[in-house]
Design a protein around this ligand. Structure first.
Ligand code: SF4
Length: 347
């Protein structure tokens, strides 16, 4: 994995998520899919949310934009957003109209399996035009100019793509169209949910390059959700690991990948095969993520954790400060070491 060397201009946070709780009402009871998540996103910064399926990453992203299904609700917490004029507002208190304006203009989201998000019977130009017209009354010429510029920035041929129907484009091209579309109204924050899933490896590479370049040119902040650690390593300034609805580790990308301080993050890293250098033994995390309806006592990770002790079964760990900007929800974080076992090879 190549670890990102992009550094963000850290100032006042543009987004502060504080003790956010997101619940789903199910026939079996209430499930806390996100339980007390807190983090800050700064202007121009990129944060990756990593973890296995069901850890709460996507729910957190949907909760930020109030796009949860009907069974979802956010009973506790704050999502403080700093507008361009410096005013700080709580997204959770927005009226429906304020929320409509917030989406796309302030914060846009590129969804998981985004290739299917385009209208199959409308040309790309009509979809981009409708997106802008739903929020602004800009002239067609101005919209056209912006569309062409953004499509060029995502390495597409604007004139051809604008006149195409989605089925005339490859999966990678459709993904790029959606990224360009998400930036049409110049949002301060872009949320991407698994932006390279379902794409072949060369297309994934191209999307990573496009996102990196767009971020440099347009200076938006990025929150991306991924189970792909190599994507996080390349695009993130900071990484938040989620497990069972909680942020269990948060730190700079180098700290997380070279000096993780939570056994779950360590397990995720050890499960990634290297593509270059020495041959390592890959180890998976034993067991499966717990049911959110019946979480283990104490630290939710204890049934799967090789560092677990008696205390872990009863005491839920708080987020301990490891060093400046690096926190870990593990009682024994100081003992966690990144070790990868070399595989012996024969001539
Ligand atoms: S608190 Fe205990 S069970 Fe939880 S991650 Fe740390 S060592 Fe493992």
């Amino acid at each position: 994995m190549e670890v990102s060397s992009v550094t963000a201009d850290r100032g006042e946070p543009i987004l502060s998520v504080r003790d956010l709780r997101v619940e789903y009402l199910t026939s079996a009871g209430t499930v806390a899919a996100v339980d007390g998540a807190s983090f800050e996103l700064h202007a121009g910064e990129s944060i990756a949310l990593i973890g296995e399926s069901g850890s709460g990453k996507t729910t957190l992203g949907l909760g930020l934009l109030r796009l949860l299904p009907k069974s979802g609700r956010t009973p506790a917490g704050e999502i403080l957003y700093r507008r361009r004029d410096g005013r700080v507002v709580d997204v959770l208190r927005f009226s429906n109209e304020e929320m409509r304006r917030f989406r796309w203009q302030e914060c846009a989201m590129v969804f998981q399996a985004a290739q299917n998000a385009l209208n199959p019977v409308a040309r790309v130009w009509d979809q981009m035009l409708d997106t802008v017209r739903a929020h602004r009354s800009d002239s067609r010429d101005k919209i056209r100019e912006r569309c062409e510029r953004l499509l060029g920035m995502v390495q597409l041929e604007p004139r051809r793509v604008l006149h195409a129907f989605p089925h005339e484009l490859s999966g990678g091209m459709r993904q790029r169209v959606l990224i360009a579309m998400s930036l049409l109204l110049d949002p301060q924050i872009l949320v991407l949910d698994e932006p390279t899933t379902a794409l072949d490896i060369l297309t994934q590479r191209a999307i990573i390059d496009v996102l990196r370049s767009l971020r440099t040119q347009l200076h938006f902040s990025m929150l991306f959700i991924s189970h792909d650690l190599s994507l996080a390593a390349e695009l993130a300034d900071r990484v938040a690991t989620m497990y069972a609805g909680k942020v269990v580790e948060l730190g700079g990308v180098r700290d997380i990948f070279y000096d993780p301080k939570h056994p779950y993050t360590l397990g995720l890293i050890n499960a990634v095969p290297p593509v270059a250098g020495d041959l390592y033994e890959i180890s998976s995390i034993p067991g499966a993520p717990p049911s959110l309806l019946n979480l283990p006592s104490g630290c939710s990770f204890h049934p799967r954790c090789m560092y677990a002790r008696e205390r872990c079964t009863s005491d839920s760990p708080p987020l301990y400060s490891v060093n400046s900007g690096h926190t870990s929800a593990c009682h024994y974080w100081s003992e966690v070491q990144l070790q990868r076992k070399l595989v012996e090879t024969r001539d």
